[in-house]
Design a protein around this ligand. Sequence first.
Ligand code: PRP
Length: 218
Amino acid sequence: MKKLLFAVPKGRILDELNPLFERAGIIPEKDFFNGSSRKIIFSTNLKNLEIIKVRSFDVATFVKFGGADLGVCGFDVLEEFSSNEIFPVLDLKIGKCRLSLAGKTNSLSNNQDHSSLKSNSHIRIATKYPSLAHRHFANLGIQAETIKLNGAIEIAPQLGLCDFIVDLVSSGKTLEENNMIELQKILDVTSHLIVNRASFKISNHEINQIIHSFDAAI
Ligand code: PRP
């Protein structure tokens, strides 16, 4: 029988995800917890389940194309992909943060409403989420030009690329240390268990078992 492949994001979220895996009865091999290991694919105590550790956006890509059957992915990434091939099946209630519009401290007043933003006929935004940002501002009747960056978004306004950014905010420290302020929350974000549409049909029983064990673990 084909093994199921579960994609998880590298980085901070793993600290919150590891206890969930444990409570769900999924124990990855030792190397999974070794930060200096260069392995990408890991076996688990379940003989029909392997885990891959990849970047958060790549979790969605692997699941979308069926390379991975399941994954853990932020609601931010899900909204950016907005793919029919990806089923979000369970809110894991970890990785809580928000996706927000931010500007330079001197750009605009905090808590501004849409109408004051709207007075900017054309706003330019640096973000990892070009489609989400474009869609969000189009819904508000604001024309937004987006510049795609993959990290260090907060530096873009200082370097003259744009006036605003759309990025994740958790503690707010990154914005503060880069002289920026949060202007509007766009989305509340938590991590979700996601499943590839075709895999869900083909391996329905096995995948449902995994969903139930995560549900019980939350
Ligand atoms: C995220 C996000 C912000 C920061 C916000 O970056 O893109 O830069 O965290 O967190 P804070 O409000 O607690 O300061 P991450 O650390 O994931 O790295 P990245 O820039 O490579 O995406």
